[in-house]
Design a protein around this ligand. Structure first.
Ligand code: 6GU
Length: 245
């Protein structure tokens, strides 16, 4: 998967992209990331990337011409890529959307800044507008990093077998069960008995029930979409939960 990122702040990406799983994905040749400074596509002496909105109002917009030139240029490097724009007006990023995006031949990500970008860029170039949550960021760069991280984890071969994305929260639409390591008692709190039982079937059942219980308590909205068995529904019923898939 090739990512091309169009931004006014390429230096923001150094830390996150140079460590851990994203670093390893690049080192293994499974993902490529290229950062592009939008300002490099200006043609005026002041390298102007923003301008005031027609109709007035606070803040500045990103001008269309540098963005257009940047997108046209980057499309030649990532020919089949989908074009994404990070914006609080976008479709909420979910694991399902990340899975869809991980199947694209490549991704071009435009990081919105200022109060937004000229609408004609959306119309002409953007395939998907994506938001990472209902809160305001100073710009789309952090959102782009989140996007690259979550998609990279889904590219085959990036995660080792013991990090499999399948058991992560949201893989089956449920939150993860609680985990424990040694010692068997810490600050007076014991490790739950089923985990020490050595009984594999009992461990599997306990974990499933904990996932269901946590999801019911913390994110009941997820239960209407989760992949549930009859046994899961019976267990949820003992918790007094019936509004499920
Ligand atoms: Cl993608 N951009 C900005 N500026 N703020 C956000 C966002 C994106 N997603 C949530 N808040």
């Amino acid at each position: 998967m090739r990512f091309d990122i169009l931004t006014l702040f390429p230096d923001m990406f150094g830390g996150p992209f140079d460590e851990s799983i994203i670093r390893r994905g690049q080192d293994k040749g499974l993902i490529q990331i290229a950062l592009h400074q939008i300002r490099d596509y200006t043609v005026d002496r002041h390298r102007t990337v923003d301008d005031a909105p027609y109709g007035g109002g606070a803040g500045m917009l990103m001008k269309p011409e540098p963005l257009s030139a940047a997108i046209e240029s980057v499309k030649k490097l990532n020919t089949e890529a989908a074009v994404l724009l990070t914006t609080p007006q976008g479709r909420p990023l979910t694991q399902k959307l990340a899975q869809e995006l991980s199947l694209k031949p490549g991704l071009i990500i435009i990081c919105g800044r200022y109060e937004g970008i000229d609408e004609r860029i959306h119309q002409h170039y953007v395939d998907h507008e994506i938001s990472i949550g209902d809160y305001v960021l100073s710009g789309g760069e952090l959102a782009a990093m989140v996007l690259v991280d979550t998609v990279t984890r889904l590219v085959p071969g990036v995660l080792g077998s013991d990090e499999s994305a399948l058991t992560d929260s949201f893989g089956d639409g449920l939150l993860e069960y609680p985990q424990y390591t040694r010692p068997p008692e810490f600050n007076g709190l014991p490790v739950p008995a089923p985990l020490l039982s050595g009984n594999h079937a009992e461990i599997i059942r306990w974990r499933r029930e904990q996932s269901l219980k946590r999801t019911a308590e913390r994110r009941p909205d997820l239960l209407t979409q989760a992949v549930l068995s009859d046994k899961d529904r019976l267990f949820l019923k003992t918790l007094g939960v019936s509004n499920v898939s």
